[in-house]
Each structure stands twice: as C-alpha cells, then as structure tokens.
Design a protein around this ligand. Structure first.
Ligand SMILES: NC(=O)c1ccc[n+]([C@@H]2O[C@H](COP(=O)([O-])OP(=O)(O)OC[C@H]3O[C@@H](n4cnc5c(N)ncnc54)[C@H](O)[C@@H]3O)[C@@H](O)[C@H]2O)c1
Ligand SMILES: [Zn+2]
Length: 356
C-alpha cells in the first residue's frame, strides 16, 4: 500500500493513497477494532454511492457500525447539525472508545473532525475523503470547524485524525466542476513547492481525460504532509498553503458561498498573487505566464463585474490579516513561496484588473 506519513510525534498518522482502497477499509482498520462502536458520518447521496457498501463490508468483518448523515453544503457546518449528530451518537450508545469515519468532502470532514474533537472530550477519527479538494487538502492537517452566523469556520479545533484513506477511484462519480475546483488546490502545491510538478500539471491538463489523478493526489498529499509536519499550528511555513487564498476567500465572501467554488476562487486568487509577485520582481514574466497558463486551463467563472472597491473590505478582514497587517503569500520563483507584509492596497487593486 502506498503510504505517506504526517509526522507529529504522538499525533503522527498515515495517509494511504491507492485506487480501490475503499474496499480494503475493514482490513486497514481491523487492528484498531476492539469491539467498539464505529460511526460513519456522511451525506445520504454518498451513502447510496458507496457508504452503504462500506457499512456492510465493515459489519461483515465484525465491526459494530452505524451511520449518520448530514445535509449537503455549508448548512451541514452548523451548531444545529453539530448538536443533532451528538444526540444521535448518544442514542447509539457511543462512548469514549467510539471511532468516527468521515466519508465525504470537506464539509463532512470538517464537521466530523470537530465532533470527534469534542465528543466525550475527544475520540478517534479517520478521514475517507471523497472530493478531490478533501483528498489533497482538507482531510490532512487536522483543521476542523463549523460556521456561525458571524462567519465561516469561526468555531473549530486542530485535531488530527488517526489516518486518512484516499481511494482516487471515488472521483469517478464527482461532478466535473468539483474536480476542476480541486485541481485549483493541486496547482497551488506545484506553485508553492515544486516547479517540476507545476509543469507536469500544466501538461496533464491539456487532456483532462488522461489526467493521472492518483499520482497528482499522492504528490499533493506529500507536500501538505511535509508542511503540516513542520508546522502544525500555522506559523510562517503553514501559511504558504494560503497562496491564492487571501483574494480567494474575499471572492467567496463577496459573491456569497455557493456562488463560486473554493478551488475556483483560489485559482483566481493565485492569478492575482502571481501578478503581484511579478510586479515585486519576485517572479519573472515567463514564470508568471507559466502559472497563468496553467490556471487558465481550468474552466473558471468570468468575473468582469468584480469591483475592487467592493472586494477590498473582505480582503482586509481575511483572518490572515493580523493586528491590521495583511500577510500575503507570494511566489519567490515558481515552486517557492514566502509570506509578505509589503503588499499595498493599490497593488491588490491592480492585480484584480488582471482577472478581466
Ligand atoms: N479543514 C481544512 O483544512 C479545509 C481546507 C479546505 C476547505 N475546507 C472546507 O471544505 C469545505 C468544502 O469542501 P468540498 O469542496 O469537498 O465540498 P463538499 O464537501 O461540499 O462536496 C461538494 C459536493 O460534492 C458531493 N460529493 C462529494 N464527493 C462526491 C463523490 N465522490 N461523488 C459525487 N458527489 C460527491 C458532496 O455531497 C457535495 O454536494 C468548505 O466548508 C471548506 O471550508 C476545509
Ligand atoms: Zn483552500
């Protein structure tokens, strides 16, 4: 089995990435099955696609397994859903030994992770990501959370899973727009960490039907695992994972959640951040062109109506802005990122025009 390790001392865990792995979940988990309750947290559609098979396989292998479903979309990341699932878990007689399996995209993973970090002061959980974004990003690193009326992800924890099980075959049922959104994050890893990977992605995108997802997922997970292993709680290094996210998050909040996908917003944000990096002479014109051409291969929404003056307040309130100073991630050459506090509002406004 192909395994990447997240090294965090006693909180270390493996990320298994291999086609067909979903069928092997019982054997992967069997050493940890001591008769406790296992709860699959998912969404009903995903249960129909592969969750019921997973539960049946687990039961056939001697696991005491139940499932709980969440609604679709950000509505699942709410205090109401959180308390509803907790009540269901109590009804299922869950206790401190109970293990959770988060089967879904970033929404399911974030809620299930947060539930795991709080139920009986913390129980073990595993991530089984089903979207490309979750496979390469949200299932790794332990960031969990839910939304409140005042903002997204405002309640949460850093709580690492016991393991991540990635089966790239699961992507076959994922709508293509979601796949492209996840590719935004995959491009990010090449841009911030590995130029050769970025160039490979660019070539692979010329024919999406033959895109080597397994290889790309493995390389992306390796980069995220390396960054998180060195910096679990978002100091300077982990911050580079926010490349494209300052403007990306602002676009998501300004347009309204559900109007633009996260990876799409990040892809547009990376174009702006690349533009700014070039203006500050950190990136050559050729390098910027390589980055932009790679991103332009994704079918991204047209945002000609975006007014920089309307977006700016969202950029300033992005949580990456500490004590009024905006930390902006830039590229210092392709494959190398840094966090800068020198990016002016004028430069950001200018970069937004590059989106048109
Ligand atoms: N914790 C982190 O580090 C982190 C990082 C990035 C994003 N996030 C969070 O992740 C969330 C977004 O996650 P997402 O992009 O995975 O979206 P999502 O979880 O909403 O999934 C997108 C849609 O695809 C469906 N789906 C999932 N897998 C499928 C499959 N294999 N086949 C068919 N349909 C499938 C889902 O039911 C859903 O309708 C946001 O809430 C964001 O805040 C968290
Ligand atoms: Zn992201």
């Amino acid at each position: 089995m192909n395994t990447i390790q997240v090294n965090l001392e006693e909180r270390s865990y493996p990320i298994h990435v291999e086609s067909g792995l979903l069928n092997h979940v019982p054997s992967i988990l069997s050493d940890n099955n001591e008769g406790q309750k296992w709860i699959v947290i998912s969404q009903y559609r995903l249960m129909e696609l592969f969750g019921f098979d997973l539960v049946n396989n687990l039961k056939a292998s001697g696991f005491d397994c139940e499932f709980i479903t969440l609604p679709i979309g950000e509505a699942a990341k709410s205090l109401n859903e959180f308390s509803r699932v907790i009540s269901q878990m109590v009804e299922f007689s869950c206790d401190r030994k109970t293990n959770i399996l988060a089967l879904g995209g970033g929404v399911v993973g974030d809620v299930a992770g947060f539930l795991s970090s709080t139920f009986m002061r913390g129980i073990d959980y595993y991530q089984i990501p089903t979207t490309l974004l979750a496979m390469v990003d949200s299932s790794i690193g332990g960031k969990t959370g839910i939304n409140i009326a005042e903002g997204k992800n405002l309640v949460g924890s850093i709580y690492q899973p016991q393991g991540v099980i990635v089966d790239p075959d699961i992507l076959q049922t994922l709508p293509q727009e979601e796949v492209f959104s996840g590719l935004g994050e995959v491009i990010k890893y090449g841009a911030i960490w590995n130029k050769a990977f970025l160039i490979d992605i660019s070539t692979w995108l010329e024919n999406i039907d033959s895109f080597p997802f397994e290889d790309a997922i493995r390389k992306s997970c390796k980069i995220k695992a390396e960054v998180v292993s060195k910096d679990e709680r978002e100091g300077d290094l982990r911050r580079i994972l926010n490349f494209g996210h300052t403007i990306g998050h602002a676009l998501e909040s300004h347009l309204g959640y559900g109007k633009i996908r996260h990876g799409e917003a990040v892809a547009l944000g990376m174009k702006c951040a690349g533009f700014i990096s070039q203006k500050l002479n950190l990136l050559s014109k050729e390098e910027l062109s390589t980055l932009s051409q790679t991103i332009n291969q994704l079918p991204l929404p047209q945002l000609s109506h975006i007014n920089g003056n309307h977006l700016m307040p969202f950029i300033k309130t992005d949580k990456k802005s500490e004590k009024g100073v905006l930390n902006f991630v830039l590229l210092d050459g392709l494959g190398n990122a840094l966090s800068s506090t020198d990016v002016t509002e004028e430069l950001i406004q200018e970069s937004l025009k590059a989106l048109n």
